[in-house]
Design a protein around this ligand. Structure first.
Ligand SMILES: Nc1ncnc2c1ncn2[C@@H]1O[C@H](COP(=O)(O)OP(=O)(O)O)[C@@H](O)[C@H]1O
Ligand SMILES: O=C(OP(=O)(O)O)[C@H](O)COP(=O)(O)O
Length: 399
Protein backbone atom coordinates (compact mmCIF):
# COMPACT_ATOMS: atom_id res chain seq x y z
CA UNK A 1 0.00 0.00 0.00
CA UNK A 2 1.04 3.62 -0.50
CA UNK A 3 0.98 6.46 1.99
CA UNK A 4 -1.70 8.95 1.05
CA UNK A 5 0.20 12.14 1.89
CA UNK A 6 3.24 11.02 -0.16
CA UNK A 7 1.20 10.17 -3.24
CA UNK A 8 0.94 12.59 -6.15
CA UNK A 9 -2.53 12.26 -7.62
CA UNK A 10 -1.86 14.38 -10.70
CA UNK A 11 -3.43 12.69 -13.71
CA UNK A 12 -5.04 9.98 -11.56
CA UNK A 13 -8.69 9.15 -11.03
CA UNK A 14 -9.07 8.29 -7.35
CA UNK A 15 -12.00 6.08 -6.40
CA UNK A 16 -12.67 6.89 -2.75
CA UNK A 17 -14.87 4.79 -0.45
CA UNK A 18 -16.33 7.33 1.96
CA UNK A 19 -18.93 6.86 4.69
CA UNK A 20 -21.58 9.40 3.75
CA UNK A 21 -24.20 7.50 5.75
CA UNK A 22 -25.39 10.73 7.34
CA UNK A 23 -28.62 11.25 9.28
CA UNK A 24 -31.38 12.78 7.13
CA UNK A 25 -34.63 14.37 8.24
CA UNK A 26 -37.32 11.77 7.55
CA UNK A 27 -39.76 14.29 6.06
CA UNK A 28 -37.57 16.75 4.15
CA UNK A 29 -34.57 14.43 3.54
CA UNK A 30 -32.32 17.36 4.55
CA UNK A 31 -29.00 16.39 6.14
CA UNK A 32 -29.33 16.84 9.92
CA UNK A 33 -25.64 16.30 10.68
CA UNK A 34 -22.83 16.57 8.12
CA UNK A 35 -19.89 15.49 10.32
CA UNK A 36 -19.12 12.49 8.11
CA UNK A 37 -19.12 14.66 4.99
CA UNK A 38 -16.85 17.30 6.48
CA UNK A 39 -14.54 14.61 7.82
CA UNK A 40 -13.82 13.38 4.28
CA UNK A 41 -13.02 16.84 2.88
CA UNK A 42 -9.24 16.94 3.59
CA UNK A 43 -8.73 13.71 1.63
CA UNK A 44 -10.81 14.95 -1.31
CA UNK A 45 -9.14 18.36 -1.35
CA UNK A 46 -5.60 16.99 -1.35
CA UNK A 47 -6.39 14.88 -4.44
CA UNK A 48 -7.99 17.82 -6.24
CA UNK A 49 -5.12 20.13 -5.28
CA UNK A 50 -2.65 17.64 -6.79
CA UNK A 51 -4.59 17.82 -10.06
CA UNK A 52 -6.32 14.46 -9.72
CA UNK A 53 -10.02 13.73 -10.09
CA UNK A 54 -12.26 12.16 -7.47
CA UNK A 55 -14.98 9.52 -7.70
CA UNK A 56 -16.86 9.14 -4.42
CA UNK A 57 -18.76 6.00 -3.48
CA UNK A 58 -20.79 5.33 -0.34
CA UNK A 59 -23.82 3.63 1.10
CA UNK A 60 -26.70 5.51 2.74
CA UNK A 61 -28.99 3.73 5.18
CA UNK A 62 -30.05 0.15 4.79
CA UNK A 63 -32.19 -0.11 1.63
CA UNK A 64 -34.00 -3.43 1.58
CA UNK A 65 -34.28 -4.19 -2.10
CA UNK A 66 -32.96 -2.04 -4.93
CA UNK A 67 -33.23 1.73 -5.34
CA UNK A 68 -35.38 3.80 -2.96
CA UNK A 69 -35.58 7.58 -3.29
CA UNK A 70 -35.16 8.22 0.45
CA UNK A 71 -31.77 6.47 0.33
CA UNK A 72 -30.53 8.20 -2.82
CA UNK A 73 -27.18 9.94 -2.53
CA UNK A 74 -28.51 12.63 -4.87
CA UNK A 75 -29.85 14.28 -1.70
CA UNK A 76 -26.23 15.01 -0.72
CA UNK A 77 -25.04 16.63 -3.94
CA UNK A 78 -25.93 20.22 -3.17
CA UNK A 79 -24.52 20.15 0.34
CA UNK A 80 -21.33 18.43 -0.79
CA UNK A 81 -20.91 21.05 -3.50
CA UNK A 82 -21.14 23.79 -0.87
CA UNK A 83 -18.79 22.08 1.58
CA UNK A 84 -16.16 21.40 -1.12
CA UNK A 85 -16.64 24.73 -2.87
CA UNK A 86 -16.59 22.97 -6.23
CA UNK A 87 -19.40 21.46 -8.35
CA UNK A 88 -20.15 17.79 -7.72
CA UNK A 89 -21.39 15.66 -10.60
CA UNK A 90 -23.74 12.76 -9.93
CA UNK A 91 -24.18 9.35 -11.58
CA UNK A 92 -27.54 7.81 -10.80
CA UNK A 93 -26.07 4.32 -10.70
CA UNK A 94 -22.79 3.20 -9.16
CA UNK A 95 -21.92 0.87 -12.04
CA UNK A 96 -23.06 0.68 -15.69
CA UNK A 97 -22.60 2.86 -18.73
CA UNK A 98 -23.47 6.23 -17.21
CA UNK A 99 -21.08 5.82 -14.28
CA UNK A 100 -18.36 4.56 -16.63
CA UNK A 101 -18.81 7.46 -19.06
CA UNK A 102 -18.98 10.12 -16.36
CA UNK A 103 -15.91 8.73 -14.59
CA UNK A 104 -13.99 8.51 -17.88
CA UNK A 105 -14.83 12.11 -18.76
CA UNK A 106 -13.61 13.55 -15.43
CA UNK A 107 -10.79 16.06 -15.70
CA UNK A 108 -8.29 16.96 -13.00
CA UNK A 109 -9.99 18.90 -10.18
CA UNK A 110 -13.45 17.40 -10.85
CA UNK A 111 -15.63 15.36 -8.48
CA UNK A 112 -18.22 12.67 -9.25
CA UNK A 113 -20.53 11.12 -6.65
CA UNK A 114 -21.97 7.67 -7.40
CA UNK A 115 -25.43 6.47 -6.41
CA UNK A 116 -25.88 4.36 -3.25
CA UNK A 117 -23.80 1.17 -3.41
CA UNK A 118 -26.40 -0.74 -1.38
CA UNK A 119 -28.94 -0.46 -4.19
CA UNK A 120 -27.11 -3.62 -5.27
CA UNK A 121 -27.31 -6.60 -2.94
CA UNK A 122 -23.88 -7.59 -4.28
CA UNK A 123 -22.34 -4.78 -2.20
CA UNK A 124 -23.11 -6.30 1.20
CA UNK A 125 -22.47 -9.81 -0.12
CA UNK A 126 -18.94 -8.80 -1.05
CA UNK A 127 -19.52 -9.93 -4.62
CA UNK A 128 -16.25 -10.08 -6.60
CA UNK A 129 -17.70 -9.27 -10.01
CA UNK A 130 -19.45 -6.20 -8.60
CA UNK A 131 -16.26 -5.08 -6.84
CA UNK A 132 -14.34 -5.50 -10.08
CA UNK A 133 -16.84 -3.34 -11.96
CA UNK A 134 -16.45 -0.60 -9.37
CA UNK A 135 -12.67 -0.86 -9.56
CA UNK A 136 -12.71 -0.05 -13.27
CA UNK A 137 -13.92 3.48 -12.48
CA UNK A 138 -10.66 4.70 -10.93
CA UNK A 139 -6.98 3.77 -11.20
CA UNK A 140 -6.28 4.47 -7.51
CA UNK A 141 -8.36 3.17 -4.59
CA UNK A 142 -8.57 5.17 -1.37
CA UNK A 143 -10.49 3.87 1.64
CA UNK A 144 -11.54 6.72 3.91
CA UNK A 145 -14.70 5.09 5.29
CA UNK A 146 -13.75 4.39 8.90
CA UNK A 147 -17.43 4.23 9.90
CA UNK A 148 -17.89 1.24 7.57
CA UNK A 149 -14.49 -0.40 8.04
CA UNK A 150 -16.09 -3.23 10.07
CA UNK A 151 -18.04 -4.37 7.02
CA UNK A 152 -16.45 -6.88 4.63
CA UNK A 153 -18.35 -5.51 1.65
CA UNK A 154 -17.49 -5.21 -2.04
CA UNK A 155 -16.49 -1.53 -1.86
CA UNK A 156 -14.79 -1.62 1.55
CA UNK A 157 -12.74 -4.79 1.30
CA UNK A 158 -13.08 -7.01 -1.80
CA UNK A 159 -12.31 -4.19 -4.26
CA UNK A 160 -8.77 -3.79 -2.94
CA UNK A 161 -7.82 -7.05 -4.70
CA UNK A 162 -8.15 -5.32 -8.04
CA UNK A 163 -5.45 -2.73 -7.37
CA UNK A 164 -1.68 -3.17 -7.21
CA UNK A 165 -0.16 -2.38 -3.81
CA UNK A 166 1.14 1.04 -4.89
CA UNK A 167 -2.32 2.17 -6.00
CA UNK A 168 -4.32 1.49 -2.84
CA UNK A 169 -4.18 3.39 0.42
CA UNK A 170 -6.06 4.79 3.40
CA UNK A 171 -7.33 8.36 3.31
CA UNK A 172 -6.50 11.00 5.90
CA UNK A 173 -9.67 10.37 7.95
CA UNK A 174 -9.00 6.65 8.20
CA UNK A 175 -5.42 7.34 9.33
CA UNK A 176 -6.55 9.85 11.97
CA UNK A 177 -9.34 7.61 13.30
CA UNK A 178 -7.07 4.59 13.62
CA UNK A 179 -4.37 6.51 15.43
CA UNK A 180 -6.92 7.98 17.91
CA UNK A 181 -8.49 4.58 18.53
CA UNK A 182 -5.01 3.11 19.10
CA UNK A 183 -4.30 5.77 21.71
CA UNK A 184 -7.40 4.84 23.68
CA UNK A 185 -6.79 1.14 23.28
CA UNK A 186 -3.37 1.40 24.89
CA UNK A 187 -3.84 4.22 27.36
CA UNK A 188 -7.25 3.64 28.88
CA UNK A 189 -7.34 4.34 32.57
CA UNK A 190 -9.88 2.65 34.84
CA UNK A 191 -12.71 2.90 35.75
CA UNK A 192 -13.56 2.40 32.07
CA UNK A 193 -17.24 2.91 31.29
CA UNK A 194 -18.77 1.89 27.97
CA UNK A 195 -22.14 3.45 27.18
CA UNK A 196 -24.08 1.55 24.55
CA UNK A 197 -27.46 2.53 23.15
CA UNK A 198 -29.10 3.15 19.79
CA UNK A 199 -31.13 0.85 17.62
CA UNK A 200 -28.70 -1.61 16.00
CA UNK A 201 -29.40 -4.20 18.67
CA UNK A 202 -28.46 -7.43 16.90
CA UNK A 203 -25.16 -5.95 15.64
CA UNK A 204 -23.98 -4.42 18.84
CA UNK A 205 -25.16 -6.91 21.45
CA UNK A 206 -22.44 -9.27 20.20
CA UNK A 207 -19.80 -6.58 20.61
CA UNK A 208 -20.72 -5.97 24.24
CA UNK A 209 -19.33 -9.36 25.15
CA UNK A 210 -15.87 -8.29 24.05
CA UNK A 211 -16.14 -5.07 26.01
CA UNK A 212 -16.26 -7.22 29.15
CA UNK A 213 -12.48 -7.68 28.76
CA UNK A 214 -11.85 -3.95 28.93
CA UNK A 215 -14.66 -2.15 30.72
CA UNK A 216 -15.36 -1.93 34.44
CA UNK A 217 -18.92 -0.67 33.86
CA UNK A 218 -21.25 -1.02 30.89
CA UNK A 219 -24.28 1.24 30.65
CA UNK A 220 -26.96 -0.06 28.32
CA UNK A 221 -29.64 2.40 27.23
CA UNK A 222 -31.61 3.34 24.12
CA UNK A 223 -33.33 0.65 22.12
CA UNK A 224 -30.64 -1.79 23.24
CA UNK A 225 -31.95 -1.97 26.82
CA UNK A 226 -35.29 -3.69 26.18
CA UNK A 227 -33.88 -6.95 24.83
CA UNK A 228 -32.09 -7.25 28.19
CA UNK A 229 -35.23 -6.33 30.11
CA UNK A 230 -37.29 -8.96 28.31
CA UNK A 231 -34.53 -11.55 28.69
CA UNK A 232 -34.83 -11.09 32.44
CA UNK A 233 -38.58 -11.62 32.35
CA UNK A 234 -39.62 -7.96 32.16
CA UNK A 235 -42.69 -6.65 30.28
CA UNK A 236 -41.56 -4.29 27.52
CA UNK A 237 -44.78 -3.64 25.56
CA UNK A 238 -43.94 -2.65 21.97
CA UNK A 239 -40.38 -1.53 22.73
CA UNK A 240 -37.59 -2.40 20.30
CA UNK A 241 -36.50 -6.00 20.91
CA UNK A 242 -34.50 -8.68 19.11
CA UNK A 243 -36.21 -11.87 20.21
CA UNK A 244 -33.47 -14.07 18.78
CA UNK A 245 -30.93 -12.34 21.01
CA UNK A 246 -32.66 -12.95 24.36
CA UNK A 247 -30.41 -15.86 25.19
CA UNK A 248 -27.32 -13.87 24.18
CA UNK A 249 -28.45 -11.08 26.52
CA UNK A 250 -28.85 -13.45 29.45
CA UNK A 251 -25.50 -15.13 28.84
CA UNK A 252 -23.86 -11.73 28.66
CA UNK A 253 -25.31 -10.71 32.02
CA UNK A 254 -23.98 -13.94 33.53
CA UNK A 255 -20.51 -13.49 32.01
CA UNK A 256 -20.36 -9.91 33.25
CA UNK A 257 -21.26 -11.07 36.73
CA UNK A 258 -18.53 -13.70 36.67
CA UNK A 259 -15.96 -11.14 35.53
CA UNK A 260 -17.04 -8.50 38.04
CA UNK A 261 -18.14 -6.04 35.31
CA UNK A 262 -21.20 -4.02 36.34
CA UNK A 263 -23.94 -3.83 33.72
CA UNK A 264 -26.30 -0.91 34.29
CA UNK A 265 -29.77 -1.12 32.75
CA UNK A 266 -32.17 1.84 32.96
CA UNK A 267 -34.52 1.41 35.93
CA UNK A 268 -37.17 3.58 34.30
CA UNK A 269 -38.14 4.74 30.82
CA UNK A 270 -40.11 7.46 29.10
CA UNK A 271 -42.77 5.56 27.24
CA UNK A 272 -44.96 6.49 24.26
CA UNK A 273 -48.15 5.10 22.76
CA UNK A 274 -46.66 5.30 19.25
CA UNK A 275 -43.36 5.98 17.51
CA UNK A 276 -44.15 9.62 16.79
CA UNK A 277 -43.00 13.06 17.91
CA UNK A 278 -46.61 13.86 18.89
CA UNK A 279 -47.23 10.59 20.79
CA UNK A 280 -48.72 10.59 24.28
CA UNK A 281 -45.92 9.98 26.76
CA UNK A 282 -45.52 8.89 30.35
CA UNK A 283 -42.92 7.16 32.49
CA UNK A 284 -42.76 3.55 33.69
CA UNK A 285 -40.32 1.02 35.13
CA UNK A 286 -38.32 -0.29 32.15
CA UNK A 287 -39.36 -3.85 33.02
CA UNK A 288 -43.06 -3.06 33.35
CA UNK A 289 -44.12 -1.20 30.21
CA UNK A 290 -47.86 -1.50 29.48
CA UNK A 291 -49.06 -3.31 26.37
CA UNK A 292 -49.31 -0.96 23.40
CA UNK A 293 -46.62 1.38 24.78
CA UNK A 294 -42.90 1.51 24.01
CA UNK A 295 -39.79 2.83 25.73
CA UNK A 296 -38.37 5.71 23.69
CA UNK A 297 -36.01 7.29 26.24
CA UNK A 298 -34.43 6.56 29.61
CA UNK A 299 -36.32 7.95 32.60
CA UNK A 300 -35.33 10.40 35.36
CA UNK A 301 -34.13 7.71 37.77
CA UNK A 302 -32.06 6.07 35.04
CA UNK A 303 -30.45 9.44 34.30
CA UNK A 304 -29.34 9.70 37.96
CA UNK A 305 -28.25 6.08 37.99
CA UNK A 306 -26.12 6.46 34.82
CA UNK A 307 -24.77 9.90 35.78
CA UNK A 308 -23.36 8.49 39.01
CA UNK A 309 -21.44 5.83 37.09
CA UNK A 310 -20.16 8.31 34.48
CA UNK A 311 -19.02 10.74 37.18
CA UNK A 312 -16.48 8.30 38.62
CA UNK A 313 -15.12 7.13 35.23
CA UNK A 314 -11.64 7.88 33.91
CA UNK A 315 -12.26 6.53 30.40
CA UNK A 316 -15.62 6.74 28.62
CA UNK A 317 -16.54 5.13 25.32
CA UNK A 318 -20.00 6.09 24.07
CA UNK A 319 -21.90 4.72 21.10
CA UNK A 320 -25.64 4.89 20.63
CA UNK A 321 -28.14 7.51 21.83
CA UNK A 322 -30.14 6.84 25.02
CA UNK A 323 -33.43 7.52 23.27
CA UNK A 324 -35.08 8.79 20.12
CA UNK A 325 -33.30 12.14 20.42
CA UNK A 326 -34.56 13.23 16.98
CA UNK A 327 -37.95 13.82 18.70
CA UNK A 328 -37.99 16.57 21.30
CA UNK A 329 -40.08 14.58 23.78
CA UNK A 330 -37.52 11.77 23.87
CA UNK A 331 -34.22 13.65 23.80
CA UNK A 332 -33.84 14.38 27.49
CA UNK A 333 -31.94 11.18 28.38
CA UNK A 334 -29.36 11.57 25.62
CA UNK A 335 -28.88 15.23 26.51
CA UNK A 336 -28.41 14.41 30.21
CA UNK A 337 -25.88 11.69 29.43
CA UNK A 338 -24.00 14.09 27.12
CA UNK A 339 -23.94 16.58 30.01
CA UNK A 340 -22.57 13.93 32.36
CA UNK A 341 -19.89 12.84 29.87
CA UNK A 342 -18.86 16.48 29.36
CA UNK A 343 -18.62 17.02 33.14
CA UNK A 344 -16.52 13.87 33.61
CA UNK A 345 -14.26 15.04 30.78
CA UNK A 346 -13.82 18.42 32.43
CA UNK A 347 -12.89 16.58 35.63
CA UNK A 348 -10.10 14.74 33.78
CA UNK A 349 -11.64 11.68 32.12
CA UNK A 350 -10.90 10.78 28.49
CA UNK A 351 -14.14 10.52 26.53
CA UNK A 352 -14.62 9.12 23.07
CA UNK A 353 -18.02 9.44 21.35
CA UNK A 354 -18.62 7.66 18.04
CA UNK A 355 -21.35 6.76 15.57
CA UNK A 356 -23.38 8.68 13.00
CA UNK A 357 -26.35 9.39 15.27
CA UNK A 358 -24.40 9.69 18.53
CA UNK A 359 -22.22 12.39 17.00
CA UNK A 360 -25.32 14.10 15.58
CA UNK A 361 -26.78 14.15 19.11
CA UNK A 362 -23.61 15.52 20.71
CA UNK A 363 -23.46 18.22 18.01
CA UNK A 364 -27.15 19.05 18.40
CA UNK A 365 -26.77 19.58 22.15
CA UNK A 366 -23.58 21.63 21.76
CA UNK A 367 -21.16 19.22 23.46
CA UNK A 368 -18.77 18.51 20.58
CA UNK A 369 -15.94 20.54 22.11
CA UNK A 370 -16.59 19.20 25.59
CA UNK A 371 -15.68 15.58 24.87
CA UNK A 372 -12.12 14.42 24.21
CA UNK A 373 -12.62 12.86 20.78
CA UNK A 374 -15.47 12.51 18.32
CA UNK A 375 -15.24 9.57 15.94
CA UNK A 376 -17.17 9.03 12.70
CA UNK A 377 -17.32 5.33 13.57
CA UNK A 378 -19.81 3.67 15.91
CA UNK A 379 -19.93 -0.08 15.28
CA UNK A 380 -16.50 0.21 13.60
CA UNK A 381 -15.01 1.80 16.69
CA UNK A 382 -16.53 -0.82 18.99
CA UNK A 383 -15.19 -3.62 16.82
CA UNK A 384 -11.78 -1.94 16.73
CA UNK A 385 -11.80 -2.08 20.52
CA UNK A 386 -12.35 -5.81 20.35
CA UNK A 387 -8.78 -5.92 19.07
CA UNK A 388 -9.86 -7.13 15.63
CA UNK A 389 -8.23 -5.99 12.40
CA UNK A 390 -11.26 -4.53 10.64
CA UNK A 391 -11.93 -5.93 7.13
CA UNK A 392 -11.65 -2.47 5.54
CA UNK A 393 -8.21 -2.05 7.08
CA UNK A 394 -7.00 -5.60 6.47
CA UNK A 395 -7.89 -5.43 2.77
CA UNK A 396 -5.39 -2.64 2.18
CA UNK A 397 -2.69 -3.32 4.72
CA UNK A 398 -2.35 -7.09 4.30
CA UNK A 399 -0.85 -8.54 1.15
N1 LIG B 1 -35.61 3.32 22.75
C1 LIG B 1 -35.42 3.44 21.43
N2 LIG B 1 -36.29 2.89 20.56
C2 LIG B 1 -36.12 3.00 19.21
N3 LIG B 1 -35.07 3.64 18.66
C3 LIG B 1 -34.17 4.19 19.48
C4 LIG B 1 -34.29 4.13 20.90
N4 LIG B 1 -33.25 4.78 21.46
C5 LIG B 1 -32.50 5.25 20.44
N5 LIG B 1 -33.04 4.91 19.24
C6 LIG B 1 -32.56 5.28 17.88
O1 LIG B 1 -31.29 4.75 17.64
C7 LIG B 1 -30.76 5.40 16.51
C8 LIG B 1 -29.27 5.39 16.55
O2 LIG B 1 -28.77 4.08 16.67
P1 LIG B 1 -27.37 3.60 16.10
O3 LIG B 1 -27.37 3.65 14.61
O4 LIG B 1 -27.06 2.30 16.74
O5 LIG B 1 -26.35 4.72 16.67
P2 LIG B 1 -25.04 5.35 16.01
O6 LIG B 1 -25.44 5.84 14.63
O7 LIG B 1 -24.64 6.44 16.92
O8 LIG B 1 -24.05 4.24 15.93
C9 LIG B 1 -31.34 6.81 16.55
O9 LIG B 1 -31.95 7.09 15.32
C10 LIG B 1 -32.36 6.77 17.70
O10 LIG B 1 -33.59 7.39 17.40
O1 LIG C 1 -23.65 4.37 10.40
C1 LIG C 1 -22.82 3.47 10.45
O2 LIG C 1 -22.49 2.84 11.58
P1 LIG C 1 -22.93 3.32 13.08
O3 LIG C 1 -24.44 3.35 13.16
O4 LIG C 1 -22.33 2.27 13.96
O5 LIG C 1 -22.32 4.68 13.32
C2 LIG C 1 -22.01 3.05 9.23
O6 LIG C 1 -22.29 3.86 8.12
C3 LIG C 1 -22.24 1.58 8.92
O7 LIG C 1 -23.59 1.36 8.55
P2 LIG C 1 -24.23 -0.11 8.69
O8 LIG C 1 -24.31 -0.43 10.19
O9 LIG C 1 -25.59 -0.03 8.05
O10 LIG C 1 -23.31 -1.08 7.99
Amino acid sequence: MSKFSDYNFKGHKALIRVDFNVPLDKQTLAITDDTRIRAAVPTIKKILADGGSVILMSHLGRPKEGPEDKYSLKHLVQHLTEVLGTPVLFADDCIGQQATDKAAALKGGEVLLLENLRFYKQEEKGDEAFAEKLSKLGDVYVNDAFGTAHRAHASTAVIARFYPAENKMFGLLMEAEVSSAEKVLHQSQKPFTAIIGGAKVSDKILIIENLLERATDIIIGGGMAYTFMKAQGGKIGNSLCEDDRLETANELLKKADAKGVCIHLPVDSIIADKFDAAANSSSAPSDNIPDGWMGLDIGAMAIDQFTNVIKKSKTILWNGPMGVFEMEKFQHGTKAIATAVAAATEAGAFSLVGGGDSVAAVNQFGYTDKVSYVSTGGGALLEYFEGKVLPGIAAISEK
